[in-house]
Design a protein around this ligand. Structure first.
Ligand code: SF4
Length: 490
């Protein structure tokens, strides 16, 4: 089978994309090199973990046969599947079938009394509605190929699992939902085949742009007008779409009597005046930010297949922290801590953390994630539960102060640390850092700790430096932001 033929067919992933939007399907088929479709490191890691979950799932089916052929050799995969079926294999992995211009590879086809169980493996912690078209197209193609699919299942991770006790996987029967979708499948296949064999369809924007997942082409398809309504504070694509249905395309179209949050109102005033707004009361709001003031930030490792005691699938375990401390005389000290090797880092991290923060009167954080990390540590390191509890009592939230008292026109409707830092502290930036994103940091820490052997020694040292620098930048940014806020309050 040539690449050309492959490009003219549907697959289960293409069908699922087409169910979201025909424009998205067309782009996936005809412009796979589009920048929007390239995976960043965090997305690639997620996909790799999905592959690992799929491979582990196969171990639950003893005697199963893997159809292990190149993805584009469709006829050979179908033929190998037929042989495996004829041989009486109890389960076939990546079982290939083709019908009506659609090729599907079933994650697990399990022989069962009176037919077969079709099993789609997902790396999520639960079964979701978005899995159903995937199972439906496979059921359709298999039945058209003469396979008696008695049951369709999603085999997903068990969100209740705590490593290493219990069963990591759960199987959810979705047969009734799939049967409900099947009558619509032939027409949808016909429409999608027409789409991929024609010019790019002119698909209107709408809920398909954010349901079930945010489409990567939003920036291309949505209007790029200044001050679009989606740049209003706390307005995501879904709410923006609702506004647009009312004819409100930009923030200047908002009727004056519309109820808005105080922060959104402040944003409008700042944009109207073209200048930063600082509300009276900022000095009082900053009163708790005094004494010996700590600034804390964690980075975590989250794996689909948990590796450390008590971890849930995708559970986040703290593996790095940065802590700055400002003394009343204005002097600053810093502690950076990053795990080493594959052992559970939480006991050593918790010990280092408790020691680092012992003298602080208050500890500043930028997200509620830090509180959750401390709670995670309390559970996993119970002998330090009390000092960690005391630490939790000291936490104070910096973004709330900014959100309630300050708006700079360049915040862009967001109070994330990266959005507020440049407008308020232009001399500090993440631009020069090798790692400048928390999700990438998490992936790299996982690589450093759990796949150290795959990284050359010199690269390993550099990676550690990059990670330490990134985390330190987060707490340094908070120190500088508090100083800037004090200046503004004065
Ligand atoms: S942004 Fe919306 S309209 Fe554009 S391809 Fe994606 S889903 Fe379709």
């Amino acid at each position: 089978m040539s690449e050309t033929h492959y490009s003219q067919r549907l697959s289960k992933s293409r069908f699922v994309a087409g169910c979201q939007c025909h424009g998205l399907l067309w782009s996936k088929v005809h412009e796979p090199d589009a920048p929007e479709l390239q995976f960043d490191r965090a997305t690639q890691d997620r996909l790799d973990q999905g592959t690992q979950v799929g491979q582990l799932a196969r171990t639950r089916f003893p005697g199963g046969v893997l159809i292990d052929l190149p993805y584009y050799e469709l006829e050979a995969r179908v033929a190998a599947t037929a042989s495996a079926l004829a041989s009486g294999a109890p389960a076939i992995f990546e079982a290939g079938f083709m019908a009506d211009g659609v090729f599907v590879a079933v994650d697990v086809l399990e022989r069962a009394d009176g037919g077969f169980n079709l099993i789609e493996v997902k790396a999520s912690n639960s079964q979701k509605d978005e899995h159903l078209p995937d199972a439906a197209i496979q059921t359709y193609v298999l039945r058209r190929s003469g396979i008696d699919v008695a049951r369709a299942e999603i085999m997903h991770l068990n969100g209740e699992y705590r490593h290493p006790v219990g069963e990591l996987f759960q199987r959810t029967d979705v047969t009734p939902q799939v049967e409900g979708l099947l009558p619509g499948v032939p027409d949808e296949i016909a429409r999608q085949l027409e789409v991929i064999n024609g010019p790019r369809p002119d698909t209107p924007i709408g809920p398909c742009c954010f349901e079930p997942d945010k489409c990567p082409f939003v920036d291309r398809c949505w209007p790029s007008v200044p001050d679009h309504i989606r740049t209003l504070y706390s307005v995501g694509l879904k709410t923006a779409w609702k506004y647009m249905q009312e004819g409100i395309d930009t923030i200047w179209d908002i009727p004056p009597d519309r109820r808005l949050s105080a922060a959104a109102r402040r944003q409008l005033r700042a944009l109207e005046g073209g200048a930063m707004i600082v509300e009276p009361g900022l000095a009082e709001a900053l009163a708790p930010f005094s004494g010996r003031l700590g600034f804390l930030d964690f980075e975590t490792v989250g794996r689909a297949i948990p590796v450390w005691l008590g971890m849930a699938p995708w559970g986040a375990a703290p593996a790095q922290f940065s802590y700055h401390e400002e003394s009343p005389d204005g002097s600053i000290s810093h502690v950076g801590w990053l795990a080493e090797g594959p052992v559970d880092p939480r006991p050593a991290l918790a010990q280092a953390l408790v020691e680092a923060c012992a003298a602080a009167d208050r500890i500043v954080t930028y997200t509620s994630f830090e509180r959750r990390c401390i709670e995670n540590l309390q559970q996993s390191v119970p002998n330090l539960a009390d000092p960690l509890d005391a630490m939790k009592e000291k936490l104070i939230d910096l973004p709330t102060v900014i959100r309630d008292y300050v708006y700079h026109p360049d915040f862009g409707g967001s109070f994330s640390i990266k959005n507020v830092l440049t407008p308020l502290v232009p001399e500090l930036s993440y631009d020069e850092l090798a790692i400048a994103d928390g999700k990438v940091a998490s992936v790299e820490i996982a690589r450093l700790l759990l796949a150290e052997d795959t990284i050359p020694a010199d690269e390993r040292h550099q990676l550690r430096r990059d990670l330490l620098e990134y985390c330190e930048q987060d707490t340094r940014a908070m120190v500088m932001l508090v100083r800037r806020l004090r200046e503004l309050a004065a």
